[in-house]
Ligand binder design. Sequence first.
Ligand SMILES: Cc1ncc(COP(=O)(O)O)c(C=O)c1O
Length: 442
Amino acid sequence: MKYSQLTFDDPNYKNAPPHLRRDQIVSKLKESFDFENAHLRASSNEGQGVLSKCHGYEAPDQAKDLGIYPYFREIEAMNGAHVTIGGRDVITVSSNNYLGLTKDPRVIESAKNALEKFGTGCTGSRFVNGNLSIHKKLEDDISLFLKREDTIVMSTGYQANQGTIACLLGRKDIAFSDRENHASIYEGCAVAPGTTVRYRHNDMDHLEHCLKKYSGVEGKLIITDSVFSMSGDIANLPGIVKLARDYKANILVDEAHGMGVIGEAGRGATSYYNLEKEVDIYVGTFSKSMGSIGGFVSAHPKVTEYIRHKASAFIFTAALPPASVAGVNTALNIMIQEPERIQQLRDNTAYMKKGLFGMGFQINNNPIPIIPIKIGDEALTLYFNQLLFDQGVFAGVAVSPVVPAFHAMIRTSFTSAHTQEDLDHVLRTFKTIGTDLGIIPQ
Ligand SMILES: Cc1ncc(COP(=O)(O)O)c(C=O)c1O
């Protein structure tokens, strides 16, 4: 039996009060699946060959058997905030398409034109043979928009972080990285020859403690997401800037979820706090508000020139393809010319936060459209997520090791493309399931 049917159909569960029903279901799920360890579980065949861990990795199959596997759902069509999965129309609340630009006809038209003019790919790295005039045009437009001196467009946001950090952080340098930073920042720090110190999430006292400890070191780089992708928290940039000044450190900010979302005209958290000049390196992505793929890094021309010639993740990979470059450039222009999109995103965000908070869910109180619904227990989170999906709401989940064990959450994100009707359906669904499972009061 798939567990998503348990709550409503099985008489053992149907008549129990919500909190007992929830506990019964969770313990039933746990009989079949070791939730807290499943993602990390070592293979029983450890030490018997490189591939033995793969053959011993059963967590995904077990979750599928229970009917609560949340990953790799196959999307057959996309339309605004709706997607078709398994022939069913569902509202997505897990998309990064913040400004609803992925299917804008103007974006598609420019992507098509570039496709016809240049073809499907750049045939190589920008460094050697794949550097197109439209790459440079996009870089200039980003620099102009962000009021920064120079920009490099890379193939993904992941590579922009990884490549930049890995080439800047020399053997004697130290990176101070927020513990909730994106994986690409971790990766950049891990590859770099320098040392990395991870400070507690958004904790300025701890950051200062770490900076003090290494005050004798000349090369210091503080690295932070501007908006954290799981919690939706905004980085304490004023605190970071003050400490950077006091301890003579440079700052790299990853604005993946900030650009197009907060700040004046969507320039990100650095603009929101009016600290654009204080941040040395601005990293961004095109996979969120720009509705495409690709990433960029903006900084002083001497810094970008260095990265251009040194970043392995930029040099040894194929250039961002023409259709994406042109599509992103049009998306950027639309964002600038149609500020009402950002306003709509902000209105939708405020509406959802008010609605979910009013029901009794624990949520973050800020203007960011990422709204994590903290559940805690991993089994319950996956189960909740499946019930949402069954009722037409496609959300994401964050479980260990993405978040610490027992901090599992449903991760929702909202866009300007959600209609009032969509938002109300999502709220109603959260209310029904939340009360049914005794997570919020009736
Ligand atoms: C904070 C943050 N930085 C960087 C990235 C990587 O961006 P991309 O998807 O363009 O590789 C992501 C994507 O999930 C992100 O959330």
